[in-house]
Every structure is written in structure tokens, then in C-alpha cells.
Write a protein that binds this ligand. Structure first.
Ligand code: ADP
Ligand code: MG
Length: 228
């Protein structure tokens, strides 16, 4: 493995991002309009069923883009609570287990004996691990194992998600985490950008260690409140 990138993570040019969002949403809107127009021309064409399917998938796409952006709002102080990180991780692994089975992927927990307690907005921190573990699953078209490891150090916890997937080439590693960068047909390219922002709100760090065809390690550090 080679460490390729440590995020410094500034969401630089807001205007660029806004233009990106507008563009990403306009594309599906344009095709929605097109399909609906086609359906209007002949209300009883058998092809309409096909158009309806496409309309639904375009709506889903807009919905997931908007959904990911909503996560960029700053957590409210009142929503920050003490949580057991191992419980959060176990919940997410259970949540993703059906998807993992579909990909022939086994998720292995290697949790530190001490239970790290973090102060977080639970739904947002959960979204980070959903995004990271989903990416790991999606990278393993041939199946394999994902190890989710935690290590509790003096005042922070280190979480590692290690996969045996396709890895990230040096050409792309600097683009991962940029808004809308995706190598997937149905990707939004927002998962890592949003996750990085959430980790930073929680005063943590995120790092990618990856090499083409050799899997990926995503390392997240979060401050801990205490251990149990
Ligand atoms: P999306 O999953 O919608 O493509 P993300 O922001 O989650 O968007 O990821 C951006 C890109 O980073 C992915 O398309 C993929 O190329 C790369 N990537 C992220 N995580 C991994 C991983 N574990 N293994 C391989 N590639 C990854
Ligand atoms: Mg993703």
C-alpha cells in the first residue's frame, strides 16, 4: 500500500459547487421533460411503461443528489450527543449486510476492546460510514472481505475500513472527494465530499490509502470523549 493523499479538505469555490449542482440536477430534469413530452404525444403507447421506468430512475437520481447536499448543513449543537462508536458501526454493518451479500462480500469487525464514546450528530456520522463501506462493497465486483477496524488511542479513535477492491489509480486519487467525481455509471460523486465535511465538523480527519488493483484503506480519526 502506498499513502497517496491526505485531505486538507477545503470546500473551496462555492460558486463552482453551485454550478455543479445546477448542472447535475438540470440533466435529469431535461430528460424527465423529454420523456413526459413523448408520453403526451401518445398516451396509450406500450413504450410508455419504459418511459415511466426511466422517469422514476431520473427522479431517484435528483433525490439522491439533493439528499447528499442536505447532509452538508452544519450539525446543530443540540443534536450533538454522546454515542458508542462500536454500536454505530455495528448498526451500519447490519444495515449494509444485504447489499454485501449481493456482492459476495463479507464484512469483518475488528473492534478495540475498549468502547470509544464520541460526541456526534449520529445520523451524519452514520452517513459517513454508510458512504465509506458502500464504496468498499461497490469496489469489489469479484467479492471478498472488508475489515472494519477500530483502535482507541489516548484522545482519539482510529477507524480503518479496508477492502480488497479495484483500488484507485494515481491518476484519480486526487479527484476523489471533489464534488461530482465518480467512476461509476450511477454514481453521484458526492459521497466522499459530504463525508469529509461531516468528519471535519466533528474535528476529525480522513485519509485514503490506495493503489490500483490492491484495494483501498480509508482511515478516519475522531476525537473521543471517553472509553468504556
Ligand atoms: P460515488 O460512489 O457516487 O462514485 P464517492 O464520492 O463515494 O462517489 O466516490 C467517488 C469515487 O471515488 C468513486 O467513484 C470511486 O472511483 C472512488 N472510490 C471511493 N472509494 C473507493 C474504494 N473503496 N475503492 C475504489 N474506489 C473508490
Ligand atoms: Mg459512494
Amino acid at each position: 500500500y502506498r499513502e497517496l493523499l491526505t485531505y486538507s479538505g477545503n470546500l473551496s469555490v462555492i460558486g463552482e459547487l453551485a454550478a455543479g449542482v445546477a448542472h447535475e440536477i438540470r440533466n435529469p430534469l431535461t430528460s424527465l421533460r423529454g420523456f413526459i413530452q413523448l408520453m403526451r404525444i401518445n398516451e396509450s403507447r406500450p413504450k410508455n411503461i419504459e418511459y415511466l421506468e426511466l422517469i422514476l430512475s431520473e427522479i431517484d437520481r435528483i433525490n439522491s443528489i439533493v439528499g447528499e447536499f442536505l447532509l452538508l448543513s452544519k450539525p446543530k449543537k443540540m443534536d450533538m450527543e454522546e454515542k458508542d462508536l462500536h454500536v454505530i458501526l455495528s448498526d451500519i454493518i447490519t444495515l449494509l449486510s444485504t447489499q454485501a451479500i449481493l456482492y459476495n462480500v463479507e464484512i469483518i469487525k475488528k473492534f478495540h476492546a475498549q468502547r470509544p464514546i464520541i460526541i456526534c450528530e449520529e445520523n451524519k456520522i452514520k452517513q459517513v460510514f454508510i458512504n465509506i463501506i458502500k464504496n468498499a462493497i461497490e469496489s469489489m465486483k469479484q467479492g471478498g472481505q472488508i475489515v472494519v477496524e477500530t483502535r482507541t488511542l489516548s484522545n482519539f479513535v482510529l477507524i480503518r475500513v479496508m477492502d480488497q477492491g479495484c483500488g484507485i489509480s494515481s491518476e484519480y486519487i486526487n479527484k476523489v472527494g471533489q464534488a461530482f467525481f465518480t467512476t461509476k455509471d450511477k454514481g453521484t460523486g458526492l459521497g466522499i465530499m459530504v463525508s469529509l465535511n461531516i468528519v471535519q465538523y466533528h474535528k476529525g480527519h480522513m485519509k485514503f490509502i490506495s493503489h490500483k488493483n490492491q484495494g483501498t484503506i480509508v482511515e478516519i480519526q475522531l476525537p473521543i470523549q471517553s472509553c468504556r
